[in-house]
Write a protein that binds this ligand. Structure first.
Ligand code: BG6
Length: 481
């Protein structure tokens, strides 16, 4: 590991993301020994006037929640590393005092080694440009020639192609691409990270993973709660920008990409970009949008909102491997369950002598959450004296198989990557552009009311039209044992 002092600055320290995700992830890294008290200092920055202790008290509860059995001493050691600086997001004065605090820490900890500064923007994107300008002007570590400055940003990166490009250009003027870490927390999930290994380290899958054998692929996100408390944000963005354009599309890349030249981040991201660029324009006959009943009761949501809280969109990849295979992207809020999974459905066996077709097809399911698992639905002889068949499962459930290994939180892993300088699991600028290119025309047409959301009941599977669309695209519901 690199030596020297590490300053982690959480901007927007009193906000929801910082409290719920960033600080707990830092705490988890600390208790596992990835952040050393003799090197690291954490700075919270926000507009609210708070003392160091006020901030510590605000986040304490969230830290305990994430690690209930932790020794209280470790918690207080961690809290001691946190300092707070208040200031505006375009205030030179504020950023000068932040720089002063960081520099003091660097001087106290070491003046020889390299100094590393990580700025985590747990902030609304509208302030990214000004905050980045402030960091660039006032918080770069000129005193120490070695070391680095890195900026971590969270989606939404713009609202469409044009605004995303504008934001990229603004940040790109201030920082180089290797300094910018665009987080998509789905890339930090264990089973998402497993996709490359699964596909490219297993002989089982290599020859089957293509249009000759696969009939359709579903990438599904469901949540069993609505937009509670985030109606204002959500109404402006909708489910496509909130989930599909980023999280599910990243998953699609990993499912569909060609084998990268190596595991180098650039090689992997090169292949992801190619897949995105091969996605055909969306055919509106293959789109179903929904909005749950009661969504507009939220006073922060406009009464005549057409914003989808549910969408099924079929993407088609125009290349040799995937032509003709629908990628059924499905995401919804206020549904009947919380689940994220990938379902790879294989074609029927030709010349079926068992007449087992109606029991369902081979299907390979990767459940990202909850209860991480991979299972294969396959046909076996029904145990017993009869020669009949049933659908059964080969099941690798992580909770059972890897009991002793706790699965890390996505944010924990991604923050560690930013410290280590590994950009593999972060979204590159050209990936982002290609992702927006796919969805921007549809998003504009939804805003213009040209594509409408149909109502669905909260707690349901979503609009029945979506199931019909998936069935039309070839998805066959299987019947378990
Ligand atoms: C966020 C979305 O990016 O992901 C939320 O803004 C959503 O709307 C969340 O609830 C889901 O994340 P996870 O990890 O719980 O699936």
């Amino acid at each position: 590991t690199e030596m020297g002092c590490l300053s982690i600055v959480v901007l927007g320290a009193s906000g929801d993301l910082a409290k719920k995700k960033t600080f707990p992830a830092l705490f988890n890294l600390f208790r596992q020994g990835f952040l050393q008290s003799n090197e690291v200092h954490i700075f919270g920055y926000a507009r609210t006037k708070l003392s160091d202790d006020d901030l510590r008290e605000r986040i304490r509860g969230y830290l305990i929640k994430g690690a209930p059995s932790e020794n209280p001493e470790i918690l207080s050691d961690f809290l001691k590393l946190i300092k707070y600086v208040s200031g505006g997001y375009d205030s030179a004065e504020g950023f000068l005092s932040l720089n002063k605090a960081i520099s003091e820490h660097e001087l106290a900890k070491n003046s020889y080694g390299s100094s590393r500064r990580l700025f985590y923007l747990a902030l609304p994107p509208s302030v990214y440009p000004s905050v980045c300008k402030m960091i660039k002007s006032y918080c770069m570590n000129q005193a120490v020639p070695t070391g680095w400055t890195r900026i971590v940003v969270e989606k939404p990166f713009g609202k469409d192609l044009a605004s995303a490009e504008e934001l990229s250009a603004q940040l790109g003027e201030l920082f180089d691409e290797p300094q910018l870490y665009r987080i998509d927390h789905y890339l930090g999930k264990e089973l998402v990270q497993n996709l490359l290994v699964l596909r490219f380290a297993n002989r089982f899958f290599l020859p089957l993973w293509n249009r000759d054998n696969i009939d359709n692929i579903q990438i599904v996100f469901r949540e069993d709660f609505g937009t509670e408390g985030r109606g204002g944000y959500f109404d402006e963005y909708g489910i496509i920008r909130d989930i599909i354009q980023n999280h599910l599309l990243q998953v699609l890349c990993l499912v569909a990409m060609e084998k990268p030249v190596s595991l180098r981040p650039e090689h992997i991201r090169d292949e992801k970009v190619k897949v995105l660029q091969s996605v055909l324009p969306i055919n509106y006959d293959e789109v179903v949008l929904g909005q749950y009943e009661g969504y507009t009761d939220d006073p922060t949501v406009s009464k005549d909102s057409n914003t989808p809280t549910f969408a099924t969109i079929i993407l088609r990849i125009h290349n040799e491997r995937w032509e003709g295979v629908p990628f059924i992207m499905k995401a919804g809020k206020a549904l009947n369950s919380r689940k994220a999974e990938i379902r790879v459905q294989f074609k029927d066996v030709p010349g079926d002598i068992f007449k087992c077709k109606k029991q369902g097809r081979n299907e390979f399911v990767i459940r990202l959450q909850p209860k991480e698992a991979m299972y294969m639905k396959l046909t076996v002889k029904k145990p017993g004296l009869d020669m009949s068949t049933i659908q059964s499962e080969l099941d690798l459930s992580y909770g059972q198989r890897y009991q002793e290994v706790p699965i890390p939180e996505a944010y924990e892993r991604l923050i560690l990557d930013t410290i280590r300088g590994d950009q593999q699991h972060f979204v590159r600028r050209d990936e982002l552009r290609a992702a927006w290119e796919i969805f921007t025309p549809l998003l504009h047409d939804i805003e213009d009311g040209k594509v409408k959301s149909v109502p669905y009941k909260p707690g349901s599977r979503g609009p029945p039209e979506a199931d019909e669309l998936a069935a039309k695209a070839g998805y066959v519901q299987t019947h378990g044992y």
